[in-house]
Write a protein that binds this ligand. Sequence first.
Ligand code: ZN
Length: 285
Amino acid sequence: MRFVTYQAATGPRAAGVTERGYVDLNQADAQLSPSLRTILAEGPVALQRAKAALASGPVIEPSEVRLLPPIVDPEKIICIGLNYADHAAETGAKIPTEPVVFNKFPNTLRAHEDEIVLPKVSHEVDYEAELVVIIGREGKHISQTSALEYVAGYACGHDVSARDWQKGRPGGQWLLGKTFDSFAPLGPELVTPDEIGDPGRLDIQLRLKGEVMQKSNTKQLIFPVDYLISYLSQVVTLKPGDLIYTGTPPGVGMARMPPVWLKAGDTVEIEIEKVGILRNRVVAE
Ligand code: ZN
């Protein structure tokens, strides 16, 4: 199944994606929450109800709705750095022996077709295509062998990065350069695992103004999805709706000669096989 969250007059609402159009889940079945995060938290029974609702519910034309990120209110946005071997090499970093972990705040989230805002105080804003894992079940100390059972779905994500705020900051911190407003577009849809199969075999690509800048496959991940879930759950209790940005492949702007930075008017598209295409325009603050 594929789900979106859209902006209604009453606030964010979850809808399913069908060939007929979007179906508002709560309108189709009043027992389903308007919140996609809540539906995920309710587990398989709610998902079965959602599936039934999709088959018969009234349709909304996709052109009539403004999309929001599929999850608008995650408790956590966890990000993995340097997780593709080739990308680690292009940054001059050693291949990490355990995951490099940082985070963003929810102020960074934006939907498909929303704007990425270039901060006034940065002149080196870079792009990063990423597969995002959306957690569906609460868990702590999750084993690697059961980790994929905790995945509600996948989405395309963009880890926008102000390199002049990421590099050279005291203590080696990355947070500020990664968490400017609008720096984590997500979407357009949450796609359930049955539609994806192995998350470690997906082509991933980023196009800037139509030109391919990043092109790889998630089989290049140094730490695959199941490992990341298990590793992170040693530290934090993962909750339904938590987002894990799994790292970016080679081809980022800072590794190019000369470097390529995002400019006002640019359009960035991230395409992940079976997951979808996330498109955002870049504007000045
Ligand atoms: Zn990243």
